[in-house]
Write a protein that binds this ligand. Structure first.
Ligand code: HEC
Ligand code: HEC
Length: 389
């Protein structure tokens, strides 16, 4: 029976009989979910929410618990939050993280602010089109192992969750239509809802747009430069999310460009390090060598080290890299002149930055830090709070 009909039948039953038994039945019927209210400034449209995974406060809170729960990894040592720290905008401060069994990943942990708006997930993958689908990768990935959920451990992990009374109740409420609500599909749905709720839209930049803050002279110079021909930054990082792959309720056409910025040129033909060659890894097309998604620059002040492999240490060096039109690596196995990478996006060569320009741009980039997002209790570890009580 449909849940609503069930509740209605229960109410009618209670009204007509009014016995203690029917009241008990009523109490056991799932409680209605609290509707989700987006709190977004005018320059942020609403994200697209999949029809089969509606937002609710209860699903968000369930996903939050799961995100911080080490029981989700095969050996019980790792949570999603082990590689995604709130105070670093959900990056981890490392060039390359290690997973639950000690294996190193090839790419840097990504920030999760505003993930609801991405049409494609991760640094370079056009097949991961929903958060739900992406989240299976860290859970089940084998090369390298991140959370270590595999054929043997999946049942164990789900049992650990099912054995916890609080989880049982929460899954039952959020996924009331399912006979067995604790399953992998629902676990990933709840995780995704938590992540969709991770909106960062209250930086100094956002406040300035709403006349609630004023830029310093240097920040204002940096802002003008960022959106100028001279610096080219807004060509690839120019949206309200400071990237160029976006999907929201106002999107008519979804653009999903990838770019080669000239980080490597190992063989003089544009070669990138094996296993880390951008969307070439998927498509095998020579033109896709070194093509990566432009990351959102929101909270970029706290997401060092930078680039898909964490190979640039700080913002000063990122700006030096752009000013030089690519990276020259003089020695070692990755040696090569990225400035001369034949597959590099032509806009990188148009960038023209002096020392003052770089400092101004960095001052502007720091206005994208959203302290409220980095500290908001709603995104924090619910277990930490319980332990300290
Ligand atoms: C071992 C460290 C590690 C763990 C554990 C981990 N992640 Fe990640 N996460 C990464 C890395 C590295 C990337 C970038 C992957 C790539 O580009 O191949 C990433 C990317 C992502 C993305 C894509 C973001 C975007 O902008 O497209 C999401 C979403 C995400 N992780 C969520 C999760 C969730 C949810 C969990 C727990 C189920 C989790 N991660 C566990 C390291 C980790
Ligand atoms: C042609 C498109 C393009 C232009 C123009 C461009 N970027 Fe990028 N940006 C990218 C891509 C793609 C990456 C990721 C490259 C990678 O990881 O291999 C990136 C990475 C970055 C990062 C690292 C972020 C992180 O989380 O690791 C910063 C910071 C950055 N860009 C700032 C700028 C600034 C400032 C400008 C202007 C001076 C600029 N970009 C111009 C495409 C572009």
């Amino acid at each position: 029976m449909h849940t609503k009909t069930k509740v209605l039948a229960g109410v009618l039953l209670a009204a007509s009989i009014g016995t203690a038994a029917s009241l008990v039945w009523l109490q056991r019927a799932p409680k209605a979910l609290t509707p989700w209210v987006w709190q977004l400034p005018a320059h942020f449209p609403q994200p697209v929410i999949p029809a089969d995974n509606p937002m609710s406060e209860e699903a968000f809170q369930l996903g939050r618990q799961l995100f911080y729960d080490k029981r989700l990894s095969g050996n019980g040592t790792f949570a999603c939050a082990s590689c995604h720290f709130q105070h670093l905008a959900f990056t981890d401060g490392k060039a390359l993280p290690t997973g639950s069994t000690g294996e190193q990943t090839l790419r840097s942990s990504q920030g999760l602010a505003n993930v609801a708006y991405h049409p494609y997930y991760t640094w370079a993958n056009y097949s991961l089109v929903t958060i739900e689908r992406q989240n299976l990768n860290p859970l089940q990935g084998e090369n390298p192992v991140e959370m270590g959920m595999n054929d043997q451990t999946q049942a164990v992990i789900l049992q650990r969750i099912a054995d916890d009374e609080n989880y049982q109740a929460a899954f039952r409420q959020v996924f009331a239509q399912d006979e067995q609500p604790v399953n992998l599909g629902n676990l990933v749905k709840a995780l995704a809802t938590f992540q969709r709720g991770m909106i960062s839209a209250n930086s100094k930049y956002d406040q300035a747009l709403q006349q609630q803050a004023t830029f310093t002279a240097q920040e204002e110079r940096g802002r003008k430069l960022f959106f100028s021909e001279q610096a080219q930054c807004s060509q690839c990082h120019g949206s309200y999310n400071f990237n160029d792959q976006l999907r929201d309720v106002t999107s008519k056409e979804i653009k999903t460009p990838f770019h080669n910025t000239g980080l490597y040129n190992i063989d003089g033909k544009g070669g990138f390090p094996d296993g880390n060659r951008g969307i070439f890894e998927l498509s095998g097309k020579p033109a896709d060598m070194g093509m990566f998604r432009a990351p959102s620059l929101r909270n970029v002040e706290v997401t060092a080290p930078y680039m898909h492999d964490g190979s640039i240490t700080n913002l000063e060096q990122v700006l030096d890299f752009y000013a030089a039109h690519g990276r020259l690596i003089k020695e070692g196995t990755l040696q090569g002149d990225g400035r001369k990478n034949p597959l590099k996006d032509s806009r990188i060569d148009k960038i023209n930055l002096g020392a003052q320009d770089k400092a101004d741009l960095i001052a502007f980039l720091k206005t994208l830090t959203d302290d409220e997002f980095l500290r908001n209790e709603r995104f924090s570890d619910p277990f930490a709070k319980r332990n300290s009580q």
